[in-house]
Design a protein around this ligand. Structure first.
Ligand SMILES: *[C@@H]1O[C@H](CO)[C@@H](O)[C@H](O)[C@H]1NC(C)=O
Ligand SMILES: *[C@@H]1O[C@H](CO)[C@@H](O)[C@H](O)[C@H]1NC(C)=O
Length: 474
């Protein structure tokens, strides 16, 4: 019996090896032909971005990167692997121009349309989503590779399981831009402590055996993810938070570079400020989601009133303006609760709620506001904070996550904002800003110039620096 099993195993193994060798031979031939068909020494750069027509933040990264590579390497041809089979190349490029104002040289960009995108959609995998999507990305990656074997492969959507294919089948150099680790130590910890979460259902958390099995699955998956990730020659991460996780998971610090994604804030930096003397506006911008912690903002106002008990005229000038969008009934319920809480704290005269404001109205608020407030705990980055700073507001943000690690600097000399943890600390900081105990004008200028770190130019510089090793030996 055992002998038979062993034979079957051996047979399967040899079939696998044979398929690998044949596929590799075929692909390398194909790649050679590709190079022979062009006379000059072209470099083919394949960029894996199956959702390239979405128009989100990840796509801004993609198009900025493509533009930077086009300018730096005129002999390189950009090949974009996308699953947007219903869009034409021209319409995709036009969208990049209209949405992000990024104009690309269309002669130098080619699209390879992939038909197997359903393999990476989470709805394909009701169970074992993580593993399913990752193995699915290998199927999609294989389709991409067979349609076009590149010299350099850059993944901008975080599909690490595609790296070994391109590396071992066609010896491509591999680059990765990681927005978010697929698995994180936080996820492991949540399962371990048997907490409920969207990816840890009740029947798992309740059952010690299932918890054990799930932990084993996550550990095995992390091992695989680590092996895949380490196939990359250069790794870019979008923030300190992601950097810390990727360092922990992949542990190749000398290949890992922090390259902040481009934020478009130049129009905010040019905004003229027109604060009025008879009011001090504190602006809060964010959706009405629970993690934004709007109640803390109301509590800070409550504490601020206590601090200003002797100075009623000053207190009467202060307004907290909370701007946010409501997506569904839960958001509207939260808004209602917030209004009730402000009444309960007798703050209704100095707190205003603005739902779904237009962008022009938001710009007007940016111009008239003095201070920005942010209260979310452990936000991974905080683009809203960067926008407020660019618009010239003095920020008081939560002392955790992105604001602490990436955005706000509080040491003397280079201070560009304030950090706080509890309501009293928020109130004290706000009071100090209002009384101008610090040189607030200097802080405002420092804030406005510090957001340059998140500009398109800085992104392009960082991206080209990190990817230069891919081109030197390609
Ligand atoms: C990095 O990507 C994650 C996931 O998309 C996002 O939540 C985070 O805000 C990004 N960081 C930056 C600096 O944009
Ligand atoms: C606000 O916007 C959301 C989504 O954009 C929409 O569903 C909601 O109905 C809007 N609410 C109001 C009051 O306009």
């Amino acid at each position: 019996m055992i002998i038979v099993l062993l034979w079957i195993l051996l047979l399967l193994l040899s079939i696998g090896v044979a398929v690998f060798v044949c596929l590799r031979h075929w692909l390398q031939n194909k790649k050679k032909k590709l190079h022979e068909s062009t006379s000059d020494n072209r470099v083919y750069v394949g960029i894996f971005h199956p959702y390239c027509n979405s128009g989100g933040g990840g796509e801004r990264v993609l198009w900025c990167a493509v533009r930077a590579l086009q300018e730096k390497y005129p002999n390189a041809k950009m090949v974009i692997y996308t699953g947007d089979i219903d869009a034409s190349p021209n319409s995709i490029l036009e969208k990049a121009k209209n949405v992000f104002n990024i104009a690309l040289d269309s002669d130098n960009v080619e699209f390879v349309f992939l038909k197997q995108r359903n393999w990476i959609e989470s709805k394909t995998y009701p169970h074992f989503t993580l593993l399913g999507q990752s193995l699915g990305s290998m199927v999609l990656g294989l389709e991409a590779l067979c349609k076009f074997p590149p010299d350099i492969f850059i993944d901008t959507m975080g599909y690490a399981f595609t790296f070994p294919l391109f590396r071992y089948l066609v010896q491509a150099k591999i680059g990765a831009y990681v927005h978010y680790p697929v698995i994180s130590t936080d996820m492991l910890r949540r399962v371990q402590s048997r907490q409920l979460a969207h990816n840890n259902k009740k029947y798992v958390a309740r059952n010690p055996f299932l918890t054990w099995a799930k932990l084993a699955y996550y550990r095995l998956f992390s091992k695989m993810y680590r092996w895949m990730g380490r196939c990359a020659d250069t790794i870019m991460v979008n923030s300190t938070w992601t950097e810390n996780h990727i360092l922990q998971l992949w542990d190749v610090p000398f290949k890992t570079h922090r390259v902040y994604p481009p934020c478009e804030v130049s129009h905010l930096k040019n905004l003229q400020h027109s604060e009025k003397n008879d009011e001090v506006i504190i602006l809060s911008v964010g959706q009405f989601r629970p993690e934004k912690d709007h109640p803390l903002q109301l509590q800070a106002m409550y504490e601020l009133r206590t601090l200003l008990a002797q100075e009623e005229s000053l207190w009467n000038k202060i307004r907290l303006v909370i701007v946010g969008s409501c997506r569904n009934k839960d958001d509207y319920d939260r808004l209602k609760n917030m209004e009730d809480l402000s009444k309960h704290l007798s703050l209704e005269n100095c707190v205003q709620f603005h739902v779904n404001v237009s962008y022009d109205d938001l710009l007007r608020l940016f111009q008239s506001a003095h201070i920005g407030i942010h209260t979310m705990w452990n936000e991974h980055f905080g683009i809203g904070i960067v926008e407020c700073m660019a618009a010239g507001l003095i920020m008081v943000a939560h002392r955790s996550g992105g604001p602490l690690l990436d955005i706000i600097e509080t040491s003397e000399g280079s201070q560009n904002g304030f950090l706080a943890t509890d309501a009293v600390e928020y109130a004290e900081n706000i009071l100090n800003i209002i009384l101008d105990s610090f040189d607030t004008n200097r802080i405002r200028n420092a804030a406005r110039s510090s957001v340059e770190r998140f500009s398109e130019q800085e992104f392009e510089k960082g991206f080209l620096r990190a990817t230069s090793t891919l081109f030197t030996d390609a």
